[in-house]
Design a protein around this ligand. Structure first.
Ligand code: NDP
Ligand code: 2IT
Length: 446
């Protein structure tokens, strides 16, 4: 790392104390930019990096709501509007008790580069709340969402900031949020993505993140003359992204053998297929957060309190949450001679673990490239809303597939151009950065 970048990272740490995930995300991106900064002094003199780590706007607000017993609860709501150089802020909302400003800043920062890679005109943002949807009734979730939107509505809009789902926010929550926005603004617009199909949603958006990650893995395998068919896959999580990935892997003839939840992981030697994939939707909707139920129902092995990375497979696709692959997991992955690791979750691998995995010669794709199919299809939903038109599932899927192939090829060509052939992390960070940085230069000091 150059002295300049080291100093910048140190400043970010001092200025944003107690935000380790944000530090991690910044360090990973800046580490990739050495050669770019050497070749382009203009980014340094215009203080592009210093500007990129400072959100354009951060909104924090009180979210009061009443449970079914009439008791009052107060949660905290956030929206981080990180960067609007190439389009309106765009990014998901996360409802999870672990949500803090640092988590949302890391996600918003990643989103800026990810959205740039999609080839679509979207800036980066992220938001959410420390609200825990676990065990809440539909009515409680609705009241929470209505209260959340009663403040958020004044900060967002179809040309300003377009939120979507993330952990804990799916179709049900987007519906409640949209209903309240429409009521407050008296406007029916594409202000959120991930909407229901009858009211402005896009076909394939629910599946898109998982599908996209598998298309990306497929391209990675192709570079070694390999294909998805006949390969085994270790997945983590059991939510929206995991479900989409499992569906596409099964379609392409691969075999998913692991899934995980906060309680442990399951090992299903026969493969997660057919009704077993559908069952993931039931599990998620139950809000019980137990993957053990899968093992009980389909009679397979369950390992309490463990992660799935010790199981030997050809491909690893983490689909749950940040930093779920640490140093010990990396050792197991290397030991298992995994062919490729494709991140479907956001930053699921720690910096140390990712360095070990790439040093061992395992192909490694970062989430900001490999999971961009979710927000990419959100971009397609925005396009359809603007046209007041709907594409067929085939049309959307075809565009998603093209976006993922473009991102894959851009990562490789950029990595090559900047002296690190085959390094998807550098390729993604540099390509994502250049588009945003150049737009910022064009737009002057803002
Ligand atoms: P879901 O809420 O549908 O599922 C999330 C899964 O991860 C659940 O199994 C959840 O269990 C688990 N999980 C969440 N937090 C933790 C934690 N701290 N420890 C252990 N397990 C955890 O979310 P998604 O499938 O939408 O999101 C999964 C990942 O994909 C996230 O990293 C998200 O940022 C990323 N992503 C999502 C996109 C989308 O469009 N939805 C797009 C791109 C990336 P539990 O709730 O019990 O913690
Ligand atoms: O992390 C992500 O890219 C998402 N949660 C999806 C964001 C979006 O706006 O569709």
């Amino acid at each position: 790392m150059s002295e300049y970048v080291k100093k910048l990272v140190a400043e970010v740490k001092t200025k944003n104390p107690n935000e380790p995930e944000f530090h991690q995300a910044v360090e990973e991106v800046f580490d990739s930019l050495e050669l770019v900064l050497e070749r382009h002094q203009e980014y340094r003199s215009a203080k592009i990096l210093e500007r990129m780590v400072e959100p354009e706007r951060m909104i924090t607000f009180r979210v009061p709501w009443q449970d079914d017993q009439g008791e009052i609860h107060i949660n905290r709501g956030y929206r981080i509007e990180m960067n609007s150089a190439i389009g309106p802020y765009k990014g998901g909302l996360r409802f999870h008790p672990s949500v803090t400003p640092g988590i949302l800043k890391f996600l918003a920062f990643e989103q800026v580069f990810k959205n740039s890679l999609t080839t679509l005109p979207m800036g980066g943002g992220k938001g959410g709340s420390d609200f825990d949807p676990k065990g809440k009734s539909d009515n409680e979730v609705m009241r929470f969402c209505q209260s959340f939107m009663t403040e958020l509505f004044r900060h967002i809009g179809p040309n300003t900031d377009v939120p979507a789902g993330d952990i804990g926010v799916g179709g049900r929550e987007i519906g409640f949020l949209f209903g309240q926005y429409k009521r407050l603004k008296n406007e029916f617009t594409g202000v959120l993505t991930g909407k229901g199909l009858n009211w402005g949603g896009s076909l394939v958006r629910p599946e898109a993140t998982g599908y996209g990650a598998v298309y990306f893995a497929q391209e990675m395998l192709k570079t070694k003359g390999q294909e998805v068919a006949g390969k085994t896959f270790a997945l983590s999580g059991f939510g929206n992204v995991c479900w989409g990935a499992a569906t596409k892997i099964a379609q392409l003839g691969g075999k998913v053998v692991t899934l995980s939840g906060p309680d442990g992981f399951i090992y299903d030697k026969d493969g997660v297929t057919g009704e077993k994939i559908d069952y993931l939707l039931d599990l998620r909707a139950s809000a019980n957060d137990r993957i053990k139920d899968y093992a009980d129902k389909f009679k397979c092995e369950f390992y309490a309190g463990k992660r799935p990375w010790g199981i030997k497979t050809d491909v690893v696709i983490p689909c749950a949450t940040q930093n779920e692959i640490g140093v010990e997991d990396a050792k197991a992955i290397i030991n298992n001679k995994v062919m490729c690791l494709t991140e479907a979750a956001n930053m699921p691998t720690t910096l140390e673990a990712y360095k070990m995995i790439t040093a061992a010669g395992i192909m490694f794709a970062p989430g900001k490239a490999a999971n961009a199919g979710g927000v990419g299809t959100s971009g397609l939903e925005m396009s359809q809303n603007s046209m007041r038109y709907n594409w067929t599932a085939e049309e959307v899927d075809q565009k998603l597939h093209r976006i993922m192939k473009d991102i894959h090829d851009t990562c490789l060509s950029t990595a090559e151009k900047y002296g690190t052939p085959g390094n998807y992390v550098n390729g993604a960070n540099i390509a994502g950065f250049l588009k945003v940085a150049d737009a910022m230069l064009d737009q002057g000091l803002v």
